[in-house]
Design a protein around this ligand. Structure first.
Ligand code: ADP
Ligand code: MG
Length: 262
């Protein structure tokens, strides 16, 4: 076999297998299968209520699926093998796993009482990965990367929504996660602030960071996604390269959704 034909033998960055999630009687994730390769950018589309946020929360183990499993770099999330059986991990072990996943929310969720610098530096110190001076040096680097080197001493309320979201991205990067999950990162922003946040995400995508992004920004998806996943009613209806899913969707539900958002 030549190198060009070599298969990627690394474990998937994220593997979601046969995942089912119910809220009461509502079947919110209905047998979801998703594989994200290292360095890949996956964009998840779908109507409101289709289960996109729940899928991200299951990947991050903020929600526990009733069936199926999720692994990160080949390691199961939330459980460990115990002979033939799976045992639940301790809360502490789950927190350690969660540290390998970055999560960027629609509403930024910064700590209001901490400076921008400390927002970014907090997690590596709290998890014992870095000393405070080391974490602050890293935070300054990361703030430079998102174009906010001059805002280190500001507080979140003094920043625009776009700036706050860029701080949230720097904060997610501070734990050097294997994958970053974005849940509608630009939905809460005024239109003129969307571009600056998308530019930072694009920069991460180009640098080979593994990303899973829920967004309604179709043009952005077309530009940066390796794969587009369309969800409806808790199922992945179709997935593939953007040119396939966005320009030649196979399913009526995908066509219908795209006709509404494009
Ligand atoms: P999306 O992000 O695609 O809009 P969600 O994953 O947020 O969809 O929600 C999918 C469905 O699950 C919705 O009907 C929502 O109301 C329901 N849901 C989400 N979270 C909860 C919860 N914690 N308790 C009960 N129902 C929930
Ligand atoms: Mg959502």
């Amino acid at each position: 076999m030549t190198t060009a034909e070599a298969v990627d033998v690394r474990p998937a960055a994220v593997e979601v297998h046969a995942v089912h999630k119910w809220f009461g009687a509502q079947h919110v994730l209905d047998g979801v299968e998703l594989t994200v390769r290292p360095g890949e950018v996956t964009v998840v589309l779908g109507p409101s209520g289709s289960g996109k946020s729940t899928l991200l929360r299951v990947i991050n183990h903020l929600e526990k699926p009733e069936a199926g499993h999720v692994s990160l770099n080949g390691e199961p999330i939330g459980v460990r093998r115990h002979g033939e059986r799976l045992k639940e991990l301790s809360e502490r072990a789950i927190l350690a796993q969660r540290g390998r996943i970055g999560f960027v929310f629609q509403n930024f969720n910064l700590f209001p009482h901490l400076s921008v610098l400390d927002n970014v530096a907090a997690a590596p110190v709290a998890t014992g990965k870095l000393t405070k001076p080391e974490a602050q040096a890293l935070a300054r680097d990361l703030l430079g990367r998102v174009g906010l080197a001059d805002k280190a001493d500001a507080y979140p309320r003094q920043l625009s929504g776009g700036q706050q979201q860029r701080v949230a991205i720097a904060r997610a990067l501070a734990l050097r996660p294997g994958v970053i999950l974005f849940d509608e990162p630009t939905s809460a922003l005024d239109p003129e602030l969307v571009g600056e946040v998308l530019a930072v995400i694009k920069d991460l995508a180009r640098s080979g960071t593994t990303l899973v992004i829920v967004t309604h920004e179709i043009g952005f998806a077309r530009e940066i996604a390796d794969r587009v996943v369309f969800m409806d009613e808790g199922r992945i209806v179709e997935q593939g390269p953007p040119a396939q899913v966005l320009d030649h969707p196979e399913h009526d539900r995908t066509r219908d959704f795209l006709s509404k958002v494009l």
